[in-house]
Write a protein that binds this ligand. Structure first.
Ligand code: SF4
Ligand code: SF4
Length: 159
């Protein structure tokens, strides 16, 4: 769903208790937002991609549109630069809120394929990029020591 298509909201489906519970889980105190738009004006991603708008995401959550946000691709566009969080006059922890949204999306099975693939690599190899014998040969040529191709410590930590 594109954030631009969220202009009309069907409040028939609004569940006050569910939204309240969710806001508690997400943190960030977003309910004190008074819509000054400083966050969106400060956001470098909003400048280059109109699908991403932190104020709109906050309003969508406040209106109970959690599934629309979690299943979207735009929630992943936040670069965690903290510009919005540092400038919000209400002291809302917007960046932390965006990070919590991503974590919740993963927990609910909404992570995009690329993020899932990277999670699998970290779980199996203990690194963002897996190493193999070919990499170690290149390291040897460069005079670097060989590195283990698997990392059980990370696997154990994740378990
Ligand atoms: S800067 Fe803070 S108060 Fe202003 S719109 Fe964004 S979240 Fe709301
Ligand atoms: S932390 Fe995310 S939402 Fe906030 S300004 Fe940076 S990219 Fe935009």
């Amino acid at each position: 769903m594109n954030t631009e298509s969220a202009e009309i909201i069907d409040l028939e489906s609004y569940d006050r208790e569910k939204t309240k519970e969710l806001l508690g889980q997400l943190g960030g105190d977003v309910s004190s937002c008074f819509m000054c738009r400083t966050c969106t004006a400060s956001c470098p991603i909003s400048v280059v991609d109109s699908r991403f708008n932190p104020l709109r995401i906050i309003r969508m959550i406040l209106y109970g549109l959690i599934d629309e946000v979690l299943s979207s691709d735009f929630v992943w566009l936040c670069s965690s630069c903290y510009s919005c969080q540092e400038r919000c006059p209400q002291g809302i922890r917007i960046t932390d809120f965006m990070t919590n949204l991503k974590n919740m999306a993963v927990q609910q099975g909404y992570a995009p394929a690329g993020v899932k693939a990277q999670m699998d690599i970290i779980r199996d190899a203990g690194r963002i990029y897996p190493l193999d014998d070919f990499d170690n040969k290149k390291r040897a040529k460069a005079g670097l020591p060989s590195l283990p191709t698997s990392c059980d410590v990370v696997k154990k930590l994740l378990e």
